[in-house]
Design a protein around this ligand. Structure first.
Ligand code: ATP
Ligand code: MG
Length: 285
């Protein structure tokens, strides 16, 4: 259990993704919604950041802007300290080598007409592996599947919809294993699965971070889980960050009333992770 509870201070390390005044407004007039309202943030290389907030607080909208799937109404996003430029298809593709996501709904993440082999092959090709031999590609896919406890030989020729929800989640992580992005954005990847699979998935994310040094941006409702997994926490209410900082500072000595309320909704915050992440403890204990 060494790594997970041992938090590092990344605040002086290299920046990977930052935002200044990032805002998203939907609709006009009476239908106007300010989903994300002038947020500032600095995410560092290798940092495990959680963004915590209730439903409708703007988390997914912010993720879509981070991924370049949605344009901010106002504000600026910086990638590795420089203004992000994704103005052309080519630049966007290049950007996506650096940032990848695991979405809330895995079923929405795959092209249902593509077999699993081609989902994984696409990742190898995106990383410049087009000219590798078929044997090498199969080896890479097999390794990626075994990293997430799936058997590649049982998946070939299947379509994503033929998998269970949990297998699908793991397939998403196998993609990340092949893509090795600098930043992984995980929007509640655990919401569909039970506590045990949730722990396994988090375990895999930690393992990926250990191997590649990637930054993980984890989006969740669950402040207890955020406390357990993160170095840094941003608390989001009505599109704004009401509080941010080291997980220990924010959660053990919260300042904002909203953070205090989120914490009071968790009966015993120190015990939450004992229950929900039992599997995490097993290997490193
Ligand atoms: N495409 C859209 N058009 C109009 N309003 C939108 C759109 N997407 C999101 N919203 C609104 O923006 C606000 C923030 O939504 P968002 O999906 O970002 O919240 P969330 O924090 O991810 O919630 P949840 O935890 O339920 O996933 C909500 O009021 C939502 O109704
Ligand atoms: Mg959401």
């Amino acid at each position: 259990m060494s790594e997970i509870r041992e938090r590092k201070d990344y605040s002086n390390g290299p920046l990977c993704l930052s935002g200044r005044g990032v805002t998203k407004v939907f609709g006009l007039g009476d239908n106007r919604t300010v989903a994300v309202d002038h947020v500032d943030f600095d995410f560092h290389e290798g940092e495990f950041v959680s963004i915590v907030g209730e439903s409708g607080s703007g988390k997914t909208t912010l993720s879509k802007m981070l991924l370049g799937l949605m344009t901010p109404t106002e504000g600026e996003i910086l990638f590795e300290g420089k203004p992000r430029d994704i103005s052309t298809g080519k630049k966007r593709k290049e950007y996506w080598k650096g940032i990848q996501a695991i979405f809330q709904d895995p079923f929405a993440s795959y092209n249902v007409f593509h077999k699993i082999d081609s989902v994984l092959l696409d990742c190898i090709h995106l990383r410049g592996g087009k000219n590798l031999s078929k044997k090498q590609k199969v080896e890479m896919m097999t390794e990626a599947c075994s990293f997430v406890n799936l058997k590649f030989s049982e998946l070939t020729n299947k379509y994503p919809f033929e998998l269970s929800g949990g297998q699908m989640q793991r397939l998403m992580i196998a993609r990340i294993f092949l893509l090795k992005p600098r930043i992984l954005l995980a929007d509640e990847p655990t919401s569909m699965v039970d506590a045990c699979s949730r722990a396994t998935i988090l375990d895999m994310l930690f393992e990926l971070r250990r191997e590649t040094g990637m930054t993980i941006i984890f989006i969740t409702h669950d402040i207890g889980l955020a406390y357990y997994v993160s170095d840094t926490v941003y608390i989001m209410e009505h599109g704004r960050f009401v509080e941010s900082g080291k997980a220990d500072d924010v959660i053990l000595t919260p300042q904002a009333p909203y953070t205090k309320r989120l914490i009071s909704d968790v009966p015993k915050i120190h015990e939450v992770w004992d229950l929900s992440t039992v599997d995490l403890l097993k290997e490193d204990a």
